[in-house]
Ligand binder design. Structure first.
Ligand code: UD1
Length: 327
């Protein structure tokens, strides 16, 4: 059993690669290394290349005996996607279609895909369920939804089956502090909190405290990256057992505000988090957290890590790796 992991040198990809290997599966990582780091892959079989190279994909699948795929490789900066939509449509959507073509040619039929809660835009209710209205508010989100739909059509028209995982807010680092996110390439809250806390950036900017939430700051569903990785293993197992194509939220089901993240960081690290309240960021919904009952019912998956684990591992990782894997 060998899993092709695209984008396996990235933040979530590298942590998932390591977990998949620990379950006894073989892997081969395909990554351009444009944003990923070779070091994050360790001694796993690795090919530097692009998912859009259909011939390469077909060859890797045949040479490594690939029968399952986890597809992470994508651009993910929301702001950049609005400034350069073509870059995102080409890399994420066209690239994925070329990947799927290569998989088809090689006869690979089981795909787990990294999607995002951003496909809900501003949710019509929280906790948000998979069958609630979809309303992409960025090109990035739209590219993920287009890939979801592409996979849906492949499921109907070929033997390919897929699990679409809609991630909520992935955060934290590996427990052993060897794999984590590079804050130089992240716009997300927790890396920014750590940067300010550790004195690598001026005060954290809190984007608005006048939302209709209990303390006025934005509420999200922070999921430990190792729990997220475990959801991929559960998804692979589901497909291996003959399970049908399915789309699942991957979140904790609990909302946490920006102020609660700041408070938890101060409690867990014993450090002060310098912050200032600034205007809301365009496009930010007040609240977004998952109804995670479908993934629990389908795979028996539940998150194991607490918010304190997220903060503690993020702090340990960022304080020891201020340049990410280049540290
Ligand atoms: C963002 C993206 C989303 C993407 C997700 C994961 C936007 C609008 N959404 O989600 O498409 O799928 O990341 O990569 O960019 N915050 C601050 N100060 C900061 C950073 C964030 O106050 O410096 C607040 C935000 O307003 C929000 C919360 O922290 O309330 C979480 O923000 P973030 O980590 O950027 O995630 P999302 O906005 O949920």
């Amino acid at each position: 059993m060998t899993v092709l992991i695209t984008g396996g040198a990235g933040y979530i990809g590298s942590i998932t690669t390591r977990l998949i290997r620990s379950t006894g599966r073989g892997v081969v990582v395909l990554d351009t290394l444009e944003n990923g780091r070779r070091k994050a892959v360790g001694d796993a079989p690795f090919v530097q290349g692009d998912v859009a190279d259909t011939n390469l994909v077909e060859r890797i699948c045949k040479e490594h005996g690939v029968d399952e795929v986890v597809h992470f490789a994508a651009y993910k900066a929301v702001g950049e996607s609005m400034e350069n939509p073509t870059k995102y449509f080409q890399n994420n959507v066209t690239g994925s279609q070329k990947l799927f073509d290569g998989l088809n040619r090689a006869g690979v039929q089981r795909v787990v895909f990294s999607s995002t809660a951003a496909v809900y835009g501003t949710p019509t209710r929280v906790p948000v369920r998979e069958d609630d209205p979809l309303s992409c508010e960025s090109v990035y989100a739209e590219t993920k939804l287009m890939i979801e739909r592409t996979l849906g059509w492949y499921s109907k028209t070929t033997n390919m089956r897929s699990v679409v995982l809609r991630y909520f807010n992935a955060a934290g680092a590996s427990q052993d502090c060897t794999l984590g996110e590079d804050w130089r390439h992240s716009q997300n809250l927790i890396p920014h909190v750590m940067k300010a806390t550790l004195g690598f950036a001026p005060a954290l900017k809190v984007f608005g405290n006048d939302f209709p939430t209990p303390d006025g700051t934005g509420v999200r569903d922070y999921i430990h990256v190792e729990d997220l990785a475990a959801a991929h293993v559960a998804a692979l197992d589901h497909l291996k057992k003959g399970g049908e194509s399915i789309t699942c939220n991957v979140g904790t089901g609990f909302g946490t505000s920006v102020m609660q993240i700041i408070d938890a960081t101060e409690r867990v690290t014993g450090m002060k988090v310098p912050y200032e309240i600034v205007d809301r960021r365009a496009g930010d919904p007040a609240e977004c957290y998952a109804d995670a009952s479908r993934i629990n019912a389908a795979f028996g998956w539940t998150p194991k890590h607490s918010l304190d684990d997220i903060i503690a591992t993020a702090y340990a990782w960022h304080s020891s790796h201020p340049q990410g894997h280049d540290s």
